[in-house]
Ligand binder design. Structure first.
Ligand code: C5P
Length: 231
């Protein structure tokens, strides 16, 4: 697989023009973009359609977590939009994930559902505080197993857990890791981070990178440097 296909650029910006501008800066370098809550709430489905029209693969990162019927119906609409990847929270439970996976299959558009295991901004103390038992590593692997059993296409986890998920997962089960920071860049609110090279070495298939590209003086150069590390 071409290393350019392994980077997903998070378009965490306020408006569609800003998103298209950032996407334009990395065009020809990165092939995947991520539409998250900020852009989706601001601009809605149109943002996904526009980015697809420009030829980008789109990960729609809405982290759905609701009753199975609601998530199934929302999944069908995401498939209509032409997104290739959609995130749901594993914390929504087995039935919710099965419903999402089934809705995606029925839609027949090739939409893959990714389960968010534990947000990369959380650590052991945060988990204890919300009443989740076990350390992050254990919880992530347990949730990744549940995502597999529920028929999901892959999971979102931090690079730190990618190796243990890889060991438990069949080939072809996708591991997508945010929390990726090139050497020397600001960590921000992320707690479980690794470099792009580290993420790949741990078994990540795709890395999601937002601020280190968005906030770079030259986003294309930043993306190229990350891709070089992923190769
Ligand atoms: O700017 P940064 O590289 O930290 O952006 C990471 C992106 O990945 C953000 O858009 C964030 O919403 C998303 N994400 C994450 N942790 C997860 C799932 C998604 O940081 N578990």
């Amino acid at each position: 697989m071409d290393a350019r296909d392994r980077l997903i650029v998070a378009l965490d910006v306020e408006t569609l023009p800003a998103a298209l501008e950032l996407a334009g800066r990395v065009e020809g370098t990165a092939r995947w973009v991520k539409v998250g809550l900020e852009l989706f709430i601001a601009e809605g489905p149109h943002a996904v359609r526009e980015l697809r029209r420009k030829g980008f693969g789109v990960m729609l990162d809405l982290k759905l977590c609701d009753i199975p019927e609601t998530v199934a119906r929302a999944t069908a609409r995401a498939a209509d939009l032409g997104a290739q990847l959609l995130t749901v929270h594993v914390g929504g439970g087995r039935r919710m994930m099965e419903s999402a996976a089934e809705a995606a299959r029925k839609a027949g558009s090739g939409l893959g559902i990714l389960g968010v295991t534990v947000l990369t901004s959380l650590d052991d103390r945060d988990l204890a505080e919300i009443g989740v038992q076990g350390d992050v590593g254990q919880v992530v692997v347990r949730r990744a197993r549940l995502a597999m059993e529920s028929g999901l296409f892959g999971v979102v986890a931090s690079p730190k857990e990618a190796a243990s998920i890889r060991a438990a997962a069949p080939d072809g089960f996708l591991i997508v890791t945010p929390g990726v920071r090139p050497e020397g860049s600001d960590v921000g609110d992320q707690k479980r981070v690794s470099t792009p090279r580290g993420a790949r070495a741990q078994g990540a298939d795709f890395v999601v990178v937002g601020r280190p590209i968005r906030d770079a003086t030259d986003p294309r150069k930043a993306a190229e440097a990350i891709i070089a590390e992923l190769a």
